[in-house]
Design a protein around this ligand. Structure first.
Ligand code: ZN
Length: 183
């Protein structure tokens, strides 16, 4: 069982270390990624996770394409079930913003509204060390911004307003079965 560390743990406030290119496919990095996968899968509302959230100060995050496809089949039908981003850099952010609700696997059980760019592009390396670039809108663009913040020691509560606590047993009733997702 891999623990997800919580707000207050100083690791979440560190600027995470880049992964060297030679290390991308190493057993150490593969283990970190499989631990991230396990931690994310242990949370029914999890859609993405960054390495610092499992106490690894490394510039890696993982997105569940599977959960995104369930959330919005139309928009995300072409996504793979999982996408790993190593040393991600946001290359473009739209000027146009939107206010979206966010939650975080490391800030239980707070939710708040955050102003994010509607569209974002990101450049990163995959597990084989190959560079790729991906553009996104909607929830995936929000995830890019939330996860890169994690790698820079920033939590959504630093930027959010209308923060409220919604305990898991109340989520379903409050949102009329519309699932809240956490990152
Ligand atoms: Zn988070």
């Amino acid at each position: 069982m891999v623990d997800i560390i919580q707000n207050g743990n100083p690791i979440l406030r560190e600027v995470a270390h880049p992964v060297s290119l030679e290390e991308c496919g190493s057993s150490r990095i593969k283990k970190v990624i499989s631990d991230m996968r396990e931690a994310l899968a242990s949370q029914s509302d999890g859609v993405a996770i960054a390495a610092p959230q499992i106490a690894q100060s490394l510039r890696i995050f993982l997105v569940s394409g599977k959960v995104l496809k369930e959330a919005n089949p139309e928009l995300y039908k072409d996504l793979p079930d999982e996408i790993v981003f190593i040393n991600p850099e946001i290359t473009k952010l739209s000027k146009e913003t939107q206010i979206l609700e966010e939650g975080c696997l490391s800030v239980r059980w707070l939710y708040g509204k955050v102003k994010r760019s509607k569209k974002a592009s990101i450049r990163a390396y995959d597990v084989t060390g190959k560079k790729f670039e991906r553009g996104a809108s909607g929830l995936l663009a929000q995830i890019f911004q939330h996860e890169v913040d994690h790698l820079n020691g920033v939590l959504f509560i630093d930027k959010a307003f209308d923060i409220e606590e919604v305990l898991p047993e109340h989520i379903e009733a409050r949102t009329k079965n519309k699932k809240k997702l956490s990152e």
